[in-house]
Design a protein around this ligand. Structure first.
Ligand SMILES: NC(=O)c1ccc[n+]([C@@H]2O[C@H](COP(=O)([O-])OP(=O)(O)OC[C@H]3O[C@@H](n4cnc5c(N)ncnc54)[C@H](O)[C@@H]3O)[C@@H](O)[C@H]2O)c1
Ligand SMILES: [Zn+2]
Ligand SMILES: [Zn+2]
Length: 361
C-alpha cells in the first residue's frame, strides 16, 4: 500500500522550501523503497530551488543519502529488504553504447524509478537527481541502491552519494592522480576538499588548495593540503607555479564552476598536465582562450561527472577505507540537522559556513 511520509518540497523558483506530505507508492518492477537515515545538503539542491537545473517544479529535494531498503519490487535481485545502502544518481543501464564498450562510468542512459511520488492532491513530484531523499522514505530504481558495510555511520556514508564522491573521483578517476604528482584544487567546498582527500589517497606529493575563504583553506590543510592560497589576495596561477618549481601542477581540479577559475586552472597546469572541471557552470557562462595555448600547452582538458564513479566499485571500497581510518568522511559533516532545517542549511551554505549540513532521521 502507498505510504504517506514527510518530505522537503520546492514549489516555485526562489521560494523557501517547506515540509509537505508525500505519497510514496509501493515499489514496482525494478524499484525499491528506502527508509532514509541521513541526507546531506548539496549545492545542487539549492540550484534546483533556484530554478537553475530545470523548471519541473515541484521538486522533492535531497540526493546525498544513505538508508535501509524497506521493500523491493518484482525482479529485484541486487538488493533486499534490510540492506544498508548509499543512493546513487547514476544507475547504469548496461545496454547503451558506453556500457557496451565496457565504460559504464560514462553510461548515457542512467535510470530512475518509473513510478512517481506525489503530493497529497496527486501532483507529481520531480525528485532531485532522481532520488528525493529529504523524505522519511523514497522510491528509487533498485540500481540506485549500492550496498555498503552497515557499520558505517549513515551521515558519513551518505556523502559518498554526491559531493564527496564527485571530488574524490575527480582526482582519482578523472584526473588519474598518481604517486608523486602535484595537484592544485581551486574551490575547496565539500567537493574541492574531497578532491584534496582524493589526491592524498592517490599519493600526490604536493596538494595546493586555493579558495577565497580562509576557513575552507584551514579545513583543506587538515585534510592533506600541503600549500594553501587565498586567491582574493594572491594570484593563484603564480602561487601554484611557485609551489611547483615554476612549472605548474600536473593536475588542476576546478571545483567552483566559473570561467575565471577555469582559466586559472588552465594556466596553473604544467605542460602536458590535466585540467578537471568538476564545478557545474550555468548556461550563460563562456570561456575565451587562445587556441594556440590550448594546443601549445598539450595535455588534457576533462570534465568529471559524479567523479566518473562506478557506484558498485567505488562506494564499498571508499566505505572500507573510511572504516579503516584512512578516509575521514566525518570531517565533511559540519553539522547534523532535522528535516525542517533544510532552508536554514541553504542559508549557511550560501555564507560558506559549512562543508556539509546533514539531515538525520
Ligand atoms: N561534477 C559533478 O558531478 C558535481 C557533483 C556535485 C557538485 N558539483 C559542483 O561542484 C561545485 C562545488 O560544489 P560544493 O558543494 O563544494 O559547493 P560549495 O559552495 O561548498 O563550495 C564552493 C567553494 O568555492 C569557493 N569559491 C567561490 N568562488 C571562488 C573563486 N573565485 N575562487 C576560488 N574559490 C572560490 C567557495 O569559497 C567555496 O569554498 C558546484 O558547482 C557544484 O554544483 C559537481
Ligand atoms: Zn548505459
Ligand atoms: Zn549533489
Amino acid at each position: 500500500m502507498a505510504q504517506q511520509v514527510r518530505g522537503v518540497i520546492a514549489r516555485a523558483k526562489g521560494e523557501p522550501v517547506r515540509i509537505e506530505t508525500v505519497t510514496v507508492p509501493d515499489p514496482g518492477p525494478g524499484e525499491a523503497v528506502v527508509k532514509v537515515q541521513a541526507c546531506g545538503v548539496c549545492h545542487t539542491d539549492l540550484h534546483y530551488r533556484e530554478g537553475g537545473i530545470n523548471d519541473d517544479f515541484p521538486f522533492l529535494l535531497g540526493h546525498e543519502a544513505a538508508g535501509v531498503v524497506e521493500t523491493v519490487g518484482e525482479g529485484v535481485t541486487e538488493v533486499a529488504p534490510g540492506d544498508f545502502v548509499v543512493l546513487n544518481w547514476r544507475a547504469v543501464c548496461g545496454q547503451c553504447r558506453a556500457c557496451l564498450r565496457g565504460r559504464p562510468q560514462y553510461c548515457f542512459d542512467t535510470h530512475n524509478a518509473r513510478q512517481k511520488m506525489t503530493l497529497a492532491d496527486g501532483t507529481e513530484l520531480t525528485p532531485a537527481l532522481g532520488i528525493g531523499a529529504f523524505a522519511e522514505k523514497t522510491l528509487v530504481a533498485a540500481g540506485q541502491c549500492t550496498k555498503v558495510d552497515p557499520a558505517a555511520s549513515p551521515a558519513a556514508a551518505g556523502l559518498l552519494g554526491c559531493g564527496v564522491m564527485a571530488g574524490i573521483g575527480a582526482a582519482i578517476n578523472t584526473g588519474g592522480v598518481g604517486r608523486g604528482d602535484s595537484v592544485a584544487v581551486i574551490g575547496c567546498g565539500g567537493v574541492g576538499n574531497a578532491a584534496v582527500v582524493g589526491a592524498r589517497l592517490a599519493g600526490a606529493a604536493k596538494i595546493i588548495a586555493v579558495d577565497v575563504d580562509d576557513r575552507k583553506l584551514e579545513t583543506a590543510r587538515g585534510l592533506g593540503a600541503t600549500h594553501t592560497v587565498n586567491s582574493r589576495s594572491t594570484d593563484p596561477v603564480e602561487a601554484v607555479r611557485e609551489a611547483t618549481g615554476g612549472f605548474g601542477a600536473d593536475v588542476v581540479i576546478e571545483a567552483v564552476g566559473r570561467p575565471e577559475t577555469y582559466e586559472q586552472s588552465f594556466y596553473a597546469r604544467d605542460l602536458a598536465g590535466t585540467v578537471v572541471l568538476v564545478g557545474v557552470p550555468t548556461p550563460d557562462m563562456r570561456i575565451d582562450l587562445p587556441l594556440l595555448d590550448v594546443f601549445g600547452r598539450g595535455g588534457a582538458l576533462k570534465s568529471s561527472w559524479y567523479g566518473d564513479c562506478l557506484p558498485s566499485r567505488d562506494f564499498p571500497m571508499l566505505i572500507d577505507l573510511y572504516r579503516q581510518g584512512r578516509l575521514d568522511l566525518d570531517a565533511f559533516v559540519t553539522e547534523t540537522i532535522a528535516l525542517d532545517e533544510v532552508e536554514k542549511a541553504f542559508e549557511r551554505m550560501h555564507h560558506g559556513d559549512v562543508l556539509r549540513s546533514v539531515v538525520v532521521f
